[in-house]
Design a protein around this ligand. Structure first.
Ligand SMILES: Nc1ncnc2c1ncn2[C@@H]1O[C@H](COP(=O)(O)OP(=O)(O)OP(=O)(O)O)[C@@H](O)[C@H]1O
Ligand code: SF4
Ligand SMILES: [Mg+2]
Length: 339
């Protein structure tokens, strides 16, 4: 049974002038213990999709889906309150903009202590308080903050963006979620610190069987840490498969372009060579192309592409394209675990 099973989820921005389909029939599933990457360039709808899953989009966004199951429970049949209660118990999210998501009126220590799972505490009220405080310190150490006293007593605005990101990760882990959605969890960090956080997430996945949806605009950065990857472009589903299928045998022109633009897939090129990129840029929501939204930038586009392509499943490797690529014969090898 899938942990999360979403089919044809659409997110519409509703306003007076026109309704805009920001996310158009995207499907996503996750198994227990899986680490899935969600990749696409900036503006492809990754954060909107993640926020729709945890139910934090405000009323100007309308979310529809053909199927929205969590651990076999049909969420579409639950009331908004029941859905929120269930999902907030089981799913935690590391938001992309930690500074904006932390409470400016409470210290970091109070926020982490409050997030600690009540079921992990025992004894009288004052003993629980002490356990919360000790738990907060442990969590700060886990996410690489050694000087815990200063951090615990600080307000979010007194910390750097990178420290806020670590605090956000600590708060998410405090809840011991079944699924962790990590939206660009290391965006504000330097390379060495990024690896430290990815290693922490990998160990939680292996030791606690925590499933992780790892969101990034950088395909190469997450291939080392994921089992499977879903690719999105401009709010549409592009391709999904195992990390090896996506990186070594991409079937969609967009995924191929993402792979071709990554340095590790081009290690054979002389230094300072230009990497391949698609012409143009992602369309803005007000001017979306009809049919396949990659059309204006796609080297394989033909007349049929003005109709939206449907998803074809090649033994679990899914692609949404009228003219998918044939797998290359001697695929590139990426080095798993080296980062
Ligand atoms: N609050 C909002 N109001 C209006 N448009 C929005 C809002 N939030 C997102 N969008 C638009 O929805 C589209 C998808 O945004 P989203 O933040 O999900 O992209 P993303 O893939 O997460 O990008 P990034 O990699 O930059 O985080 C973009 O075109 C964005 O401009
Ligand atoms: S459907 Fe057409 S435009 Fe879209 S990716 Fe495939 S070939 Fe390119
Ligand atoms: Mg985002």
């Amino acid at each position: 049974m899938n942990l999360l099973d979403i089919r044809n989820l659409s997110i519409e921005l509703v306003n007076e002038k026109q309704n805009i389909l920001a996310v158009d029939k995207v499907s996503l599933s996750m198994k227990e213990g899986e680490v899935r990457g969600l990749v696409g360039e900036s503006g492809s709808g990754k954060s909107l999709l993640a926020q729709a899953i945890v139910g934090v989009l405000d009323e100007k966004w309308h979310v529809h889906a053909d199927r929205f199951h969590w651990r076999g429970i049909d969420l579409l049949r639950l009331s908004i309150e029941e859905r929120k209660a269930l999902l907030s118990r089981d799913i935690a999210m590391i938001f992309q903009e930690p500074m904006a998501c932390l409470d400016p009126t409470n210290t970091v220590g109070e926020q982490i202590a409050e997030a600690i799972d009540t079921n992990s505490l025992s004894g009288f009220f004052w003993q629980k308080q002490k356990q919360r405080h000790e738990g907060a310190i442990k969590l700060l150490h886990k996410v690489g903050i050694k000087k815990h006293s200063a951090c615990l007593n600080s307000y979010p605005h007194q910390l750097t963006e990178a420290l806020c990101q670590r605090v956000m990760i600590a708060i998410a882990l405090a809840r011991r979620p079944i699924l962790l959605i990590a939206d660009e969890p290391t965006a504000a960090m330097e390379n060495t610190n990024q690896s430290q956080i990815f290693r922490l997430l990998a160990s939680l996945n292996q030791l606690k069987n925590m499933s992780i949806l790892l969101i990034s605009h950088d395909l190469e950065n997450i291939t080392h840490w994921t089992n499977t990857i879903t690719v999105m472009y401009s709010g549409q589903f592009v391709e999904a498969g195992t990390t090896e299928q996506i990186f070594n045998k991409p079937l969609h022109p967009y995924t191929r372009a993402l792979v071709d633009s990554s340095p590790s897939a081009n290690f054979h090129l002389p230094a300072k060579s230009r990497l391949m990129t698609l012409p143009g840029s992602i369309p803005i929501l007000q001017h979306l192309p009809i049919g396949c939204r990659l059309g204006p930038r796609c080297p394989r586009a033909q007349q049929d592409c003005v109709k939206a392509p449907s998803v074809t499943n090649f033994h679990g490797h899914k692609v949404s394209c009228h003219f998918p690529l044939t797998p290359i014969k001697s695929p590139r090898k990426w080095l798993k675990g080296v980062c």
